[in-house]
Design a protein around this ligand. Sequence first.
Ligand SMILES: [Zn+2]
Length: 664
Amino acid sequence: MDILEELKKTRLMVLARGVQKDVLLKVALSVLALMPAENVQAFDSLTTRWTFGAHEPITMYRRKGVRTTGGIEGSSKWVASWLDWFDTESPKLMKELGLNWCHCRFYKGMGWEFEKRDFPNVKRFVDAAHANGVGTLAYIQFMTLYYENMLAEIPNLRDWAARDHEGNMMYYYGGGYYRWVPCISCDEWIDYLVPIMRFAVTEGGFDGVMFDNAFSRHCHCERCQRKFREHLAKLPNAAERFGFDDLRFALIPPDAALDAAEIKDALVQEWLFWRHGQMNDIFAKFRRELKKANPNAVLSCNSQGARNPRGMRGLCVNVPELLKNLDLYIAQNGDYPNYDPAKDQIRGRARILKIYRTMGVPAVALCDNDSSMTPEQEKFYLLPLVEDLVLGGMPTDRTIVSPGADCFYDKAKVERRRPLLKAFNDFVADKRAMLEAKPYEPVKLLFTPQATILSERCHRGLGVAEEICLRRHVPFGYLISRPDELAVPSDTQVIVISDQTCLSDFQRERLVAWAKAGGKMIVTGDSGRCDELNRQHMKNPFKAQLAGLANVVWRDEADAFKGVFDTSWVNKISAPKDCDRLVADLEKVGFTMPYELKNIPEWVMLEARAVGDGYALNFVNYCPSRPMEGIEVVAPGRTVTRTVPFGQNEAAPAIYQLFEVGAK
Ligand SMILES: [Zn+2]
């Protein structure tokens, strides 16, 4: 391994510039220590089954009172006995059902002196889980200071809390007047969490930690103000970006400034970059401290989806950057896969699961409801498990070990799902070789997280290309790039740059070099018209650089959606106005698939894999009430075999079907 090459890939290169080579080597070695450790127990997404681990303490249930996490009636008389049952008995049930990983309550943000009283019970669960082969991560709340408890322990807790622009306390989003939000500039608070985290993976016996709500709000406190100005003072060429050099009196921008479709205000940009950097630094520190305490411990968190730039703006987190510090990612979302014929909207997690897979981070994309599934979802229970399976996520049942009307768990639900889980697991065991094969993703969509955060146009441009590829079954993946980092994966046949207006000089140069070496490329809209900071060039330099190349299609008119494109908690994504043009462009640059697909509805998703010289074509039906009849795969010179569709019941006869295309 070329250590300096590895070093170049990290932000520490900036810090290392200008230092002696031996110092550089030391820095490089410390960077390597931060890379995902090989000794961490590897997650096998084909055999891992995530489930609910009762991650809330009784105090949280009592304080909230209403029905909440896990379907628990918070004020009920039975919470304590249910938790008592859960700590001892639930792991046996998990084992019986083949469910083998979860996160469990440990620290909710109420003060460790208070919460550690519950630790003997928590330890009882951890021990019972391990005795039944169930791995456990310690739940640590990142975004809350429960001041009612915590002030007794930390008298200066107010200094740890975030303030709005008027100096008022900031509260947990979505309500919770008893939950202050911590200020992520407060080192004292971070240092408070570190020994708690270390305890979890030493005496606590946990296999790792899971920071929940790993994001923050935009704090306007004096400390953030001071630190932000210190950051601004170090920026080169301030006058060129901000109009003047002296930024000593700049104020943190108001939250409303984050709502602009195109963020061109340099101060707002810099504020976002700085906040994102703070979060990355905090998790890099957590990583160092965790691995020092227990090199095998898993570092994980639950944050926003990697394709939710509004969330990344508003909650101070750049997810693809954050992922670099993690062993496992939890991305809770409302996207239970389905298809709405009335709106012609497909809802699913293909985007995020593909991105996490591309980044090499195993992911639990929790898509179910907190406490229960609707009867409609229950009919298609296997659908999200199958979607996880084919896209590399961890199949998850988060609602099976939750109480029934008058019992610790709903026996009827368990008995209904038990044979389905068994059928699912048998299927995975049978098809393991195919499911382990490399994804076939010859078409790469350029995804620059920074561009999608700063530019709604870039976000939508990428989104419409994703949607067209999904609906037209184009085997696509991602070319994920930072303004100073772009490496084209070796399996790339075509790069699609879909109205990506924000490209750095470096990105353009790399892409142009690739095209000049014969790489096929489709560019639409006004891609490259601005730099990575959304600053406009007089003429589009990218277009001029690519002019005359026969292997490049440039189309001025960008693709667009018919209506809504919203990728927040629940995706709302309308159909594209025109799917044909991009497909025609792929033909124009000479891209052909080694098989021909016929009669595949747009709501059926294809996940293709290369198996030796052949292909495994996995079709997932987002509208399982409709059978998948008439699908045909034609591949002259190759054998094509199809499995019988894998379904659940008469209501969902065909959730999944596999076609195997043999070698030539
Ligand atoms: Zn602050």
